[in-house]
Write a protein that binds this ligand. Sequence first.
Ligand SMILES: *Cc1c(COP(=O)(O)O)cnc(C)c1O
Length: 367
Amino acid sequence: MRLETLAIHAGNIITDSHQPAVQPITTSTTFVHHEGSVIYSRANNPNRMALENVLAKLEHGEDAAAFSSGNAAALAVFQALEPGSHIIAPDDMYHGIHRQLVEILKGIVEVSFVDLADLEMVRASVKPNTKLLWIETPSNPLLKITDIRALVAIAKEIGAKVACDNTFATSVFQNPILLGADIVMHSTTKYLGGHSDILGGALICKKADDFWQRIKMIQHVGGAVPSPFDTYLLVRSIKTLAYRMKGHAEHAGIIAEFLYSHPNVEEVCYPGLKSHKNHHVAASQMSGFGGMLSFMVKGSAAEADRVISKLKYFTNATSLGGVESLVERRAAVEGPDSKTPSNLIRMSVGLEHLDDLLEDLSQALQE
Ligand SMILES: *Cc1c(COP(=O)(O)O)cnc(C)c1O
């Protein structure tokens, strides 16, 4: 089965004797004991099993683990490492996961934040206790591209695992496991949910090895699991993922070109643009460039705020991946330690009519 077909069918594991065509919601927290039965909803649940099945299939992995948020999924990977392990992480990454590494895991693991596009720097950062290379590509908010195959090659030499945050690309445009990664992470809150109304996260493994068993144990015993309702809703959203992603990427590609040639725009970060430093790497590992972009308005933060305030169809709000277009001045959200340029606007390009979006941007960017 191809991705579109899997997305529609792999989320149904129906055991109900009435044979409904769609996986029903099972709210029971407990189940009658019998051979092979689900026991308790923190350990497992039919809706979660259905979601994990479709996620594993979409990413070409052996197994998946669903969590109550993307952050909870990422934290489970770090918690599965031996204390004292060293992690190499990107210098531009989702700030909530960066915070986990510096605020929660401080004193438990060591971390080096490195520009993963610079392979010499990555090699120079390797230590005897390096156990994990954490990749985020495209990255948030600068849309930096990391060469997944090259990082996998380095990890193989040193016996480290590679985990990749695949939230921006989604399974539709990038499959890190097929490029050699061990673990794929998603904030399912974003494109997989797609309608800005579900919070969730997921991990998918290439091989269900001992490290993976530890992650599954952390999912069960740590207990940051999603509810039956959320997992049901996510399975429903995933059915249209491929078609939504095609729309997001088509719109984003055209908006990126429009912004690139606009006199009031200083710079555009979008991996689909030929001007992107690692466009060739993106083209070699992605089958589409996604629906996220960032751009720097000419002028200061105040000028970027003025543009945002004039937009009518782009909601000024955090998050991404929903059908509605969103913009956000990232530096304002990331706080005083942020290294994000203060005039950078991050845009989640939605599925409204493209001409409405272009007209809106055009009027907002006018002096
Ligand atoms: C949102 C996001 C996360 C965190 O996911 P939550 O569901 O908000 O916990 C992680 N990585 C990326 C790239 C994200 O955009």
